[in-house]
Design a protein around this ligand. Sequence first.
Ligand code: FAD
Ligand code: SIN
Length: 525
Amino acid sequence: MSYKTDFLVIGSGIAGLSFALKAAEKGRVTLISKVDIEESNTKYAQGGVASVMYEPDSIEKHVEDTLKAGHGYCNEEVVRVVVSEGPARIRELVEMGVDFDRRQDGQFDLAREGGHTEHRVLHHKDNTGEAIESVLVKNAQAHPNIEIFENHFAIDILTQHHAGELVNRSRRDIDCYGAYVFDSSSGEVKTIVAKVTVMATGGIGNLYQTTTNPVIATGDGVAMVYRAKGLIENMEFIQFHPTSLYNPNERPSFLITEALRGFGGVLRDWSGREFMDKYHPMGSLAPRDIVARAIDNEMKVRGDDHVFLDCTHLDAEKLRSHFPNITRKCLDLGIDITSDRIPVIPAAHYMCGGIKVDLNGESSIRRLYALGEVSSTGLHGANRLASNSLIEALVFAERAFLHSSARLSSLQHMEGLPEWDFEGTSHPEELVLVTQNYKEVQAIMSNYVGIVRSDLRLNRALKRLVIIFNETEDLYRKSTLSRRLCELRNLINAGYLVIKMANDRHQSLGLHYNIDYPPETSSEF
Ligand code: FAD
Ligand code: SIN
């Protein structure tokens, strides 16, 4: 079934929804989400949104902190754009109804997180993401120009390749005409033809056994664009959040926000010793890559399963009222955060690289924009500063909207694209072939391509992944479509890119730490 729209938006997190709401003022928007509309990384964001609000903070200080966290690998022009356009985007969210916490004097209550030298994180308790997502969803659902397809899975984007031309990675004139989209309920594949397509599919946390990301974060956008011969970059920079709740049988791992450390929480080992001071002058509030690596080191040296976050010295009432969800979650597991230390371990959290885009959010494939976590704008460099991703998504959604809507009237729908070909496929007889390979990919990535890497581990990972790749491609060719199989295929693709880019970088930098290339400066433990 073929279907025409002005803007096809793939993904319903902060990036997709904020673009859709703007684009809907200029044309017809089709928004697709692979499960229900609210399920996204956005919904689970805890800490908040970093943006300069009041003195003594300044644009210059936020720029400096971002550049420093990114180990000098950020694109400074992008950093300045995001930081200086951020406050206007915050005002839009507030006008739309997002209720950031305020102090008694009416000013926003700003939190501090790792790597920030000032209090600048706007938040709603410890469930900021949910507060933002629910407002955006409500507005999108009420908009007459936005058609929402839930439980619709984008399989591949449409390009000249589908019109019978040869498309290779060196071509700089590839166009995107929309996407093939699988309706998980009916089994039908829609050919959605669009003038503009926006990839807003989020991250890849499920490449790893332990992650804060919900199960939908399987690298679909990166894989689709890579298969379509678009440019992907910086995939080696996978951010592990230092503090997820240690609860081995829970997936995804529950996040213990960095804002708790900003509030005064400190990391301790099993003997009660505060250990971060020996790794960085900012102690427990050092940038995330350093804290995650320090915890990993402490756990390995001491043979411990986790470390602790200690908040027991903090004001109990304030702790409960600022962090109600963490308080409740821990209590459910018998941990009273006002009197017990919280067991924590690092977990895969954020993809700093992704689909390479320019200052308008446009990818190397024309008419295809990438926004939010799936994109690589140049903001994060080799390590993302905490709470800088929600603001990045908002700023780039506005820029992509301005750029794409200005050219909308000059764009035509591509005609004559073929419908999806189901020929020669049947239901796989054993779904264990999919689930086992999924687990193997996660084991390979966690054991060989995690927080600390080596050339030997990377090469071993690549060899193992190639076997799984061949098996899965074979299965994919023969099987009727299923979301699970497509996700496995995409994860393998994303894992390959992480390993390849890690292998190509003959140095340790930021989040990519390879023991065969010790960091150049001692501060880069
Ligand atoms: P997402 O919000 O992940 O949305 C992706 C969307 O794409 C989903 O709707 C999904 O269904 C859809 N999708 C994916 N693949 C397909 C497909 N093939 N077909 C159709 N639809 C598809 N950042 C901050 O700045 N501050 C924080 O405090 C913060 N806290 C965090 C806490 C947690 C636990 C996590 C996991 C992340 C946190 N982050 C935080 C990071 C931030 O939440 C994400 O980077 C951001 O929300 C990503 O938004 P997005 O719109 O790009 O993607
Ligand atoms: C957190 O609340 O610690 C997460 C913030 C982020 O990932 O930016």
